[in-house]
Write a protein that binds this ligand. Structure first.
Ligand code: AHM
Ligand code: MG
Length: 341
């Protein structure tokens, strides 16, 4: 006897094909998402065997596009994603945090592809060697039709043009969170069969919450308005449930994954010592903003919506205030207030 409800467990691929990306026109996008998933599985394995495989520690060869130290695992992840994307032939080129210039693929399939990818292959560098969750963040855009030979200008599109965005969190389990502009879904890696299965569908971020996430060590570097907002979070107020709880992992994927499910506000602000903040617009802020908005939350740079920023360069930075809508609105109110300018 066959009962379709028994052991019903869809893989990411089956779910997308059935519910989110049905039809022939989506085949290339599904294949591209599969290329990313494939590399994500390999990165997950590298992280799980870290010290045993000799892959922890700094890579002594070079610095990344921001002049920052590179971890061995940063480089391993970058190579795995770029190779997988090249071999898959489902995207024309890549912007990666680890490469100063764009990477253009020259094989026939890639050249004819509709898509381009922007990626932070392994985010959370300071947590890589110490078994704290890190993650991959990616954004998928359409290659402009006018583009004959891919250039960095082709990548300079506003976040609202994203076709898909996702992150893979390598934590106590490996979870692939994805939006293709039709809500947000999560797929958990079953390590025994090495496959991602649907675990949460149509995720909604709570509208309000009592958790904020910020590197409070930078407090006195922050704009006065943000200092005031943080003080407001710390004050006791029964009606609004304050004081709020401070939660800061220092991996954007981990802090935002928690916020997505439990609600909260994640802050990476401009500061006296970092006028544009630290996080990169194109492959950190934009994809996270797309995911959070698709889950019902908001993302702002303090003045405007992250997804409407017109990028000027592929590695540009942006301040970000992202999470539960009520909390983003409140911090924005402080930031826009003339009282603290
Ligand atoms: P990275 O791309 O070099 O890993 O930096 C990004 C990470 C984010 O995941 C995290 O939110 C932030 O850096 C933490 O920075 P800080 O240590 O300044 O708080
Ligand atoms: Mg990063």
């Amino acid at each position: 006897m066959y009962d379709s409800k028994v052991n019903e467990k869809l893989t990411a691929y089956q779910y997308l094909l059935k519910d989110k990306l049905s039809g022939d026109k989506n085949r290339e996008l599904i294949a591209l998402l599969k290329d990313l998933k494939l590399a994500g599985r390999q990165v997950s394995k590298e992280l799980n065997t870290g010290a045993l495989a000799g892959s922890l520690g700094d890579y002594t060869g070079s610095k990344n596009s921001h002049g920052e130290k590179v971890k061995k695992l940063d480089l391993i992840a970058n190579n795995l994603f770029i190779k997988s994307l090249e071999n898959g032939g489902n995207c024309a080129g890549v912007v990666s945090e680890e490469n100063e210039k764009i990477v253009i693929f020259n094989n026939e399939n890639s050249k004819n592809s509709k898509y381009i990818v922007l990626i932070d292959p392994l985010d959370g560098s300071s947590n890589i060697d110490v078994n704290v969750p890190v993650g991959t963040i990616f954004s998928i855009l359409k290659k402009p039709k006018s583009s004959k030979k891919l250039t960095s200008k082709d990548f300079l599109q506003e976040g609202k043009k994203q076709v898909a965005a996702g992150y893979i969190i390598y934590g106590s389990s490996t979870i692939y969170v994805l939006t293709v502009g039709k809500g947000v879904d999560a797929f958990t890696l079953d390590p025994y069969v090495n496959e991602f299965y649907v675990s949460q569908t149509n995720i909604q971020i709570p509208e309000n919450a009592r958790m904020y996430s910020v590197n409070q060590g930078n407090f006195f570097e922050f704009p006065l308005a943000l200092q005031e907002y943080i003080r407001w979070c710390e004050q006791k107020d029964v009606k609004t449930g304050r004081p709020y709880s401070l939660r800061y992992v220092g991996s954007m994927v981990a802090d935002l994954h928690r916020s997505l499910f439990k609600g909260g506000l994640f802050i990476y602000s401009q500061a006296k010592n970092a006028p544009e903040g630290k996080l990169r617009l194109m492959y950190e802020c934009n994809p996270m903003a797309f995911i959070v908005e698709q889950a019902g939350g908001l993302a702002s740079d303090g003045k405007k919506n992250i997804l409407s920023i017109k990028p000027k360069s592929i590695h540009q930075k942006s301040p970000i205030f992202i999470g539960s809508s009520t909390m983003v609105k409140m911090v924005s109110k402080y930031l826009k207030s003339k009282l603290f300018s």
